[in-house]
Design a protein around this ligand. Structure first.
Ligand code: GH3
Ligand code: MG
Ligand code: MG
Ligand code: MG
Length: 306
């Protein structure tokens, strides 16, 4: 089956795509915005610094970038976006009157280069073409990296991303924390209420874990059957304990009846660990979290253990 949007889905997604225009000249912003806001949602920034902040807090689907600006220039802005995990997948198109800097733009990681003065139709068509590629890339990533049942990331996503997180934490000499969690008495839950109801609870628990996370860099993945793993970059043990307690309480707080649990409701046991600078592969932190999860089970379940 071809992995493609239905035409109507693609049109709808394009209409709600976010374009960030970055230019220090108000007039340029007005001209570009006038052309593009007929087709897309447009946001603007008048410096590289502001653009980087916006890309982190309100991620656009594409960035149109001027080269010559006060403060950090366009090329540096692009390099910053491309070397930050959170923003590196946002396509960047340079829009400039410079003729001799094209090479630098490609080197900085741009996907395209549009020469001023602007031809409105060319601008719109090129932005549209790059947005279409971006949307198809996002759709493909979703299919590859999302768990169908729970709609959180799958094991493949975890395996792919944990290495990057571990390497950057070791390089920057910072911490990160990992929480491994397993629903309590879930076999019995299925036995009593049936697998269909069990699947509903799995989805609800996964979404509750996801909603308990606050930073954009935190994520949850389904690790196996009814086990989930949460990754908390730049977080020490104290911070990770807070997140773990919050998750545990939020799951209990759902109030999903479980006749054969001593807690009366569905609960979760959580084991946590943080990176040690002596760690080599990421199996070390995983194994520590796994041991702690079993300790949480042994301590009576519905418990956080570090
Ligand atoms: P414990 O408190 O020790 O974790 O007990 P448990 O019953 O949860 O233990 P165990 O890990 O052995 O059981 C996991 C069960 O989770 C087995 C299976 O019935 C259920 N499970 C795993 N994946 C799925 C799924 O995709 N859907 C449903 N409905 N149930 C699942
Ligand atoms: Mg300028
Ligand atoms: Mg289990
Ligand atoms: Mg279990």
């Amino acid at each position: 089956m071809p992995l493609n949007y239905a035409d109507s889905d693609l049109k709808l997604s394009l209409k709600t795509s976010k374009v960030l225009i970055v230019d220090d000249q108000l007039l340029s912003i007005i001209v570009l915005k006038k052309i593009l806001s007929k087709h897309f949602i447009v946001n603007t920034a008048n410096s590289g610094e502001e653009a980087v902040e916006i890309c982190k807090s309100n991620t656009p689907d594409i960035v149109l970038l001027d080269i010559s600006m006060d403060g950090i220039c366009g090329i540096e802005t692009c390099l910053k976006l491309k070397t930050t995990t959170q923003t590196q997948d946002i396509p960047v198109i340079f829009v400039t009157s410079f003729e001799n800097q094209e090479e630098d733009c490609w080197e900085a990681g741009a996907v395209d280069f549009i020469q001023k003065p602007i031809n409105p139709e060319t601008l719109y068509r090129r932005v549209r073409a790059h947005l279409t590629i971006k949307l198809q890339h996002d759709l493909l990533s979703q299919k590859v990296f999302l768990d169908d049942l729970t709609k959180v990331f799958n094991r493949r996503y975890f395996d792919t991303h944990i290495n990057k997180i571990q390497l950057s934490a070791l390089r920057e000499n910072t911490e990160y924390a990992l929480l491994l969690m397993d629903i309590d008495y879930f076999k019995q839950y299925n036995d009593i209420y049936g697998h269909v109801e069990g699947d509903v609870v799995l989805h609800l628990v996964a979404q509750t874990i996801a909603n308990s996370l606050q930073r954009p860099s935190d994520f949850v993945a389904r690790y196996g059957g009814e086990e989930f793993v949460v990754v908390l970059p730049h977080t020490n043990e104290e911070g990770a304990r807070c997140v773990a307690e919050k998750i545990k309480n939020n799951i209990y707080g759902l109030g999903v009846l479980h006749k054969y649990s001593e807690f009366e409701f569905v609960t979760i046991s959580i084991g946590g660990a943080t990176l040690l600078q002596s760690d080599e592969g990421n199996m070390d932190i995983l194994q520590r979290a796994d041991k702690k999860m079993y300790a949480a089970k042994a301590q009576g379940r519905n418990t956080v253990c570090f």
